[in-house]
Design a protein around this ligand. Structure first.
Ligand SMILES: [Zn+2]
Length: 277
């Protein structure tokens, strides 16, 4: 064995060892964390990521989920404009701060600090009143929201136009994806389904808002373990409704609370009950 060979072998061994170390750092000690970070990893590459178990153990940040905001409809999926305004007011008066999903991600994965009393305000189904009513009211109180778009609704009656969606992103809100046509993730069987419901609409939405779309809300809140794993290839965080988090994919099963028509005090009580905050 000549010297040159020994030198090369040593170098190679060194490379293998250092890349294993790197892999262990990323996956944590339990070996359970196999989530993928979508998007730009380079800036945060050297930081240690929390394991799935560590993410689950962290105190949950309350995430609210609104659907329709209009008069005269009753049910869990509609609040009146006056109720929505009253909700935003009591959240502001109680010292809550809205955070972005990016901040939530950095908190869950890298233990980054959050403002006092953090929470997220999210909206599903791309309704026109999200741009016309919700966004201006939130902005008045210094809040920013997260709007999950099902992209089949672009420019349709009662739904947001592509310009309105772009406007939300420009105003500092986050735009996420809610599938193409609201088909549940558990029904995506073939690669073509993932293309149609996730990959293609994600690309189109990114063109509209001019930035990466890194967050997902499950249609009907329904997920399974396999789907959560697949979504981790596309999104930093996926939001469910109130269901048990997946122990391996906690970032892909972040819980939200549907906000029904209720008093402002009722909202705070539900938040405490649901998230312990
Ligand atoms: Zn929906």
């Amino acid at each position: 064995m000549n010297r040159k060979f020994i030198l090369i072998s040593t170098l190679l061994l060194g490379l293998v060892v250092s890349s294993c170390k790197h892999a262990n750092q990323r996956d944590g000690n339990s070996g359970a964390a196999t989530y993928t970070v979508a998007g730009n990893e380079s800036a945060v590459d050297k930081q240690t990521m929390n394991t799935s178990a560590q993410i689950i153990a962290k105190p949950e940040v309350p995430v609210l989920c609104y659907h329709r905001i209009e008069e005269g409809k009753k049910g869990d999926y509609t609040v009146s404009p006056a109720t929505f305004t009253a909700h935003m007011k009591i959240l502001a008066d109680s010292g809550y701060h809205s955070i972005s999903p990016a901040q939530l991600y950095d908190y869950l994965v890298y233990n980054k600090a959050l403002p006092e009393k953090p929470m997220l305000i999210t909206f599903d189904d791309s309704r026109v009143e999200h741009a016309m009513i919700a966004a201006p009211v939130m902005e008045k109180y210094g809040f920013r929201g997260v709007f999950f778009i099902m992209t089949i609704t672009y420019n349709k009656k009662n739904y947001m136009t592509t310009d309105q969606i772009a406007g939300l992103a420009k105003a500092g809100h986050t735009v996420g994806l809610h599938s193409w046509d609201h088909t549940m993730v558990t029904k995506y069987k073939e690669a073509a389904d993932w293309q149609k419901e996730v990959a293609e609409p994600k690309k189109k939405l990114e063109k509209i808002v001019g930035k990466a779309v890194e967050y997902w809300a499950y249609p009907n809140g329904v997920y399974d373990h396999k789907g959560a794993g697949e979504l981790s290839k596309y999104f930093k965080i996926s939001f469910t409704l109130i269901s048990k988090r997946d122990s391996i994919q906690p970032l892909q099963t972040v819980r939200r609370m549907i906000v029904p028509e209720c008093t402002p005090q009722g909202l705070l009580k539900s938040m405490h009950r649901t998230f312990g905050k």
